[in-house]
Design a protein around this ligand. Structure first.
Ligand SMILES: Cc1cc2nc3c(=O)[nH]c(=O)nc-3n(C[C@H](O)[C@H](O)[C@H](O)COP(=O)(O)OP(=O)(O)OC[C@H]3O[C@@H](n4cnc5c(N)ncnc54)[C@H](O)[C@@H]3O)c2cc1C
Length: 396
């Protein structure tokens, strides 16, 4: 197998997982990350078995088990019905059914574990405060121009992987792909010490469906903290990507003054003083990710609305498949094309599933009656069956 030198633009979940998978197979990797330190804004992420399997394969089980939580169950509440409509057990079930755990984890803990592993691998160079500006394919390789700690530098490698997120410069500038656009949904995120929330929701992943809005919450940080994400459809046109928000704004946007919300939901959404507000962006996925020795990975290639909790999972899967397609491929462009054709059908199906989930989660009351009835009748294993095609995934 040929060993390559590769530059990864972006040291997020996808970029760092790709660095570890590629280095495992003997390639030399330089990760250029624009942030001066690898600190994610306080928020959690659900890592389902399809993704935890890859992370465990990269040797991260012990590090992640120290900080992740395995929720006892998934509980679905309907604001229309005034309470819980379905519950499906989790705990050890994913381990038995899929051979890998379902984790909920703070993003900083996940990135921290990935970064520690990357820093201890001599084949990986992690350069922080390094913003990729431009890329040129030259006879000697791919030249990546970046601003590193305020100074211009050029990095040269056999290939480039754009893992620079939904607003990817590599996608738009280098691949001529579509720019990110606001999807009309805004996410509000907050974390709290676990003691601040009622005992009855401390160990579960909970989803609240409302009209044009939904809420997800679960424990993180080995059960010491609690994470809440509340998503609303609105017309926010702020240029900023993420900005602070407060309790009053959340109460207004989610209509907490109206009797409609059950007491428990209203209590939970009123707990945090400070929130971070995110514009959820997307783009049309119908374009080529790869050209020559340049390709894309993760949100840069296929922004996924968080309604299936799979954007990070898809980035992690991409990383593993990308590394595997390099094994035995005649050259990088051929490997990148093979990777793209392997990943496109699955990522497109997951992106579509997330859009479908969004419609189900945010249904108006009339339709929501039938949704709730279906959930009540088919709770438990039915819910798990519907997730099988996502969770059973294994890289081949
Ligand atoms: C509210 C919300 C909830 C979510 N919940 C889940 C969930 O439960 N489970 C799940 O799997 N997914 C979830 N996701 C999706 C998940 O967060 C993303 O899909 C995932 O972070 C994508 O990883 P990535 O590495 O592709 O991109 P990112 O995480 O965006 O990382 C991109 C990195 O590139 C860097 N970068 C950008 N431009 C440059 C540049 N020019 N030069 C150098 N570096 C650059 C950025 O600083 C960043 O570190 C959620 C998303 C949202 C918004």
């Amino acid at each position: 197998m040929s060993r390559h030198s590769l530059i990864i633009a972006g040291g997020g979940i996808g970029g760092l997982t790709a660095a570890l998978a590629l280095a495992r197979d003997g390639h030399r990797v330089t990760v250029l990350e624009q942030a001066a330190e690898l600190a994610e804004v306080g928020a959690g992420i659900q890592i389902s078995p399809n993704a935890s399997r890859v992370l465990i394969g990269l040797g991260l089980r012990e590090a992640l088990e120290r900080v992740a939580v395995t929720p006892t169950d998934i509980r679905i509440f309907s604001v229309r019905a005034g309470g819980e409509v379905a519950r499906t057990p989790l705990g050890d079930l994913p381990l038995d059914r899929y051979g890998a755990p379902f984790w909920v984890i703070h993003r900083a803990d996940l990135l921290g574990a990935l970064a520690v592993a990357a820093r201890t691998d001599p084949r990986i160079e992690l350069v922080l405060d390094a913003r990729v500006r431009d890329v040129a394919a030259e006879p000697g390789g791919i030249h990546v121009q970046a601003t590193v700690a305020g100074r211009s530098r050029v990095f040269v490698a056999d290939g480039l992987i754009g893992a620079d997120g939904v607003r990817s410069r590599v996608r738009v500038r280098v691949r001529g792909g579509p720019p990110a656009r606001y999807t009309g949904r805004t996410a509000y995120r907050a974390t709290l010490p676990i003691e601040a929330v009622p005992e009855e929701v401390r160990r579960s992943t909970c989803l609240w469906f409302s009209t044009r809005a939904h809420v997800v919450h679960y424990p993180i940080r080995a059960g010491r903290e609690w994470n809440v994400v509340a998503i609303a459809e609105d017309a926010w046109h702020d240029e900023s990507w993420s900005v602070p928000a407060d309790r009053a704004e959340v109460a207004r946007v989610f209509g907490l003054d109206k009797a409609r919300w059950p007491d428990l939901a209203r209590e939970l959404l009123s707990l945090p003083d400070h929130w971070t507000k995110w514009a959820l962006c997307g783009f049309d996925c119908d374009f080529d990710w790869s050209s020559g020795a340049v390709t894309l990975l993760g949100d840069a290639a296929h922004a996924t609305l968080p309604f299936a909790a799979q954007g990070g999972g898809m980035a992690i899967e991409d990383a593993e498949v990308l590394a595997r397609t390099l094994i035995g491929a005649p050259n990088l462009p051929a490997a990148f094309l093979a990777y793209e054709s392997l990943r496109k059908p699955r990522t497109r199906a997951v992106v579509e599933q997330a859009v479908k989930n969004g419609r189900i989660y945010h249904m108006p009351d009339g339709l929501a009656f039938f949704r709730d009835l279906t959930l009540r009748l088919g709770a438990g294993s039915h819910l798990t069956d519907r997730l099988d095609w996502i969770y059973r995934w294994k890289a081949v």
